[in-house]
Design a protein around this ligand. Sequence first.
Ligand code: 3PG
Ligand code: MG
Length: 385
Amino acid sequence: MIRVDFNVPLNEALEITDDTRMTATLPTLRKVLGDEGSVILMSHLGRPKDGPTDKFSLKHLVSHLSQLLEGKEVLFADDCIGATATTLASSLQPGSVLLLENLRFYKEEEKGDAAFAEKLSKLGDIYVNDAFGTAHRAHASTAVIADYFASENKMFGLLMEGEVRSAEKVMHASEKPFTAIIGGAKVSDKILIIENLLDRATDIIIGGGMAYTFWKAQGKVIGNSLCEDDRLELANEILAKAKAKGVHIHLPMDSTIADKFAADAQTTNCESYGIPSGWMGLDIGEKAIADFKEVILKSKTILWNGPMGVFEMEKFQNGTKSIALAVAEATKKGAFSLVGGGDSVAAVNMFGLSEQVSYVSTGGGAMLEYFEGKTLPGIAAISGK
Ligand code: 3PG
Ligand code: MG
């Protein structure tokens, strides 16, 4: 039984728009199938609230999964527990694949219900957790189920193993200088990760919308840029703590500013700490890029979570693209670079640089929580830590 995270985005026509999380599990599936094991796959998809819902059915993934497995037949059980699942699972032949219906069609899944976990556990002989993207959830299939398998019969899959290895490498054994690049819109989303990194990183680069809260906290004028006014004090506390711990925090000295939040906005460049009213910073500027690049190129360990600007719009992608290129260059020079979090991963993919960084994580929330210093239930259930 392999718990995977097949929580992939589907469009209106219920077609998969990004299959990264599926392809990432193929090494594990091929390993088990190649060794004549039979595979039972279980996953959630979306956040169904009221039981079975067509748009959240994993049946929409069957044909693509079959294609990814060179046309191998993929059996489907339209209920993850019960008679059909039991019959299909018990008659499964070596080298065959069975996909179970969405686990979250049962509210017991998210509740971490023991009886439900036990029912799932009865379907297979070995439990493999390969769902790093869901490792921060203490759900029946990600954590509780492990209690029903002897220690020699439960393990990480190859994806999970790779994720944990790279995350640990950055978190614990990091070669210095260790630079964390933290971006995104809101400081509030990234407080815990920044606080934890203050004890580990030598440098923290802050970009994206959240940078303006840090400037305003220092009494600067940021025009109409994004700002969380209720986090100004906190931003100053972070700056003070960093200073006390000897961690260098780098803020973008200049920005590409725009007269509106739109792809066709008028743009110009100005200092991030003196943005005129009516204008907003939507990307880091050339001076910031040069400063950040210098820090990145000196680094031996790099963690990147969150974009530097509104990279989805062409006029504001230069910052994120330049930082992605700098991370790739540092990696080429021997640094270990880990990129995680939906937006930064999308950016690295968009610029065609995913092969030029050391590791691209499939975890968004999971990766964030890991670097906040939390214990991830999906990891702890197997490794005990
Ligand atoms: C995710 O995409 O964040 C994971 O698949 C977990 O899903 P969740 O956030 O709905 O628990
Ligand atoms: Mg999530």
